[in-house]
Design a protein around this ligand. Structure first.
Ligand SMILES: [Zn+2]
Ligand SMILES: [Zn+2]
Ligand SMILES: [Zn+2]
Length: 136
């Protein structure tokens, strides 16, 4: 989908910072950290703008967090119909031990687990580590 359309579908105005950050997410197939994005855009936008932009994307359901054990948080584009406060990214993430990149395996769902009574799941994360397609 075109970047301006993604923004308007998620109730965000088109700004140059949002279009630029979204463009970076669309360019890479793996999850990106704040510093990855800053490196690409440091000539055009300051850190605070980039930080705020990523967080507005997280709020609006454009990107989701990828928990991959790295020191810094990483984010990847949502493919499902995520919306404000309502993410449906129930897929497995894969971290490559060679290149260090983490990707979304969007077609592999995290299996539902039966929790003991009294426990309510709100979110689950599943990280598989190994060697990715590009490195194997
Ligand atoms: Zn999402
Ligand atoms: Zn790899
Ligand atoms: Zn993901």
């Amino acid at each position: 989908m075109e970047a301006p359309l993604i923004l308007s579908n998620h109730d965000l105005r088109n700004t140059s910072a949002r279009l630029a950050v979204l463009g970076i997410f669309q360019k890479y197939t793996y999850a990106l950290s704040h510093s990855n994005i800053e490196k690409e855009l440091q000539k055009d936008f300051d850190r605070v703008t980039i930080y705020r932009t990523i967080h507005s994307f997280l709020d609006k359901g454009i990107v989701h967090k990828v928990m991959d054990d790295s020191e810094s948080a990483k984010y990847a584009l949502c493919v499902d119909e995520c919306s404000s406060d309502h993410h449906h990214d129930n897929h497995v993430h894969f971290k490559c031990s060679k290149c260090g990149n983490s990707e979304c395996l969007n077609n592999i769902q995290i299996p539902l687990t039966n929790l003991p009574s009294g426990y309510i799941a709100t979110e689950s994360n599943l990280l598989i580590e190994g060697v990715c397609k590009a490195c194997s």
